[in-house]
Write a protein that binds this ligand. Structure first.
Ligand code: AKG
Length: 234
């Protein structure tokens, strides 16, 4: 598809070269009006849509990914628009995203380093709303040689600054080999360990105070199954 190729070419200017392959950071991917609208829709969702975890809460849209296949559920129009917008960049090899996780982090909250695993097409795209955060990247345990203890501190590699309204796309080694997490902190001091510092308009030494951040993690789950019709079963 020509449109996909054209947009993917123009994505090249957004590659973050000081990380591993491949990171795209696109500042101001959405407008302030779109940001307010999306936040309004997130907070308008029924209370039952939220799952409270330790240190954050989330909404799952599109179905629950499962090794046997995801029973797909309709994604509401306000999110579907962004599934299509992100997919039209060529992020999922011509497929359209069918899964969105909405994470809400209050100031001081975070997420433990983890991998996103094999149920997704190996690309994660994230739109940030409401606040910046620092996404931290770690080498997996057992990757380090020698006797150094494999503490989180020793496995830490670098960070990405994601500002509100930005789009972050992670693929390849960034997705497949590294763990990512967010420190439970109320503020971030920028250093040269932030791989996209200039692209995100940050300055070394500057401290950014966090506010509540809502992230839309938009992905493609390749394995989808139809729900069994249980009507009429005896
Ligand atoms: O909020 C983010 O940007 C990260 C979310 C994340 O890592 C996840 O949901 O697996």
């Amino acid at each position: 598809n020509k449109a996909v190729c054209k947009l993917s070419v123009s994505l090249k200017q957004f590659v973050v070269h000081d990380a591993l392959p491949t990171v795209y950071y696109i500042p101001d991917f959405i407008s302030e009006d779109e940001e307010s609208y999306l936040l309004q829709q997130v907070y308008r969702s029924p209370k039952t849509k939220w799952t409270q975890l330790s240190g954050r809460r989330l909404q799952n849209w599109g179905g629950l990914p499962h090794p046997k296949g995801m029973v797909a559920e309709k994604i509401p129009d306000w999110l579907q628009t962004y599934c299509e917008k992100v997919s039209s960049l060529g992020a999922f090899n011509g497929q359209t995203a069918n899964h969105v996780l909405v994470n809400e982090y209050k100031q001081g909250e975070g997420i433990m380093p983890h991998e996103d695993g094999p149920l997704y097409h190996p690309t994660v795209t994230t739109i940030s709303l409401g606040s910046h955060t620092l996404l931290d990247f770690y080498a997996p345990v057992s990757c380090l040689e020698g006797d150094a203890p494999q503490t989180e501190e020793n496995r830490y590699l670098f960070s990405l600054l994601v500002k509100p309204r930005s789009l972050l796309i992670l693929q390849d080694e960034m997705y497949q080999q590294l763990l990512h997490g967010i420190q439970a902190r109320a503020q971030d001091t920028l250093t040269d360990k932030v791989a996209n510092l200039s692209a995100a308009g940050g300055e070394p030494g500057k401290t950014l105070i966090r506010d509540t951040r809502v992230s839309l993690t938009i992905r493609h789950v390749p394995k989808v199954i139809k729900a069994k019709l249980i009507l009429g079963r005896k």
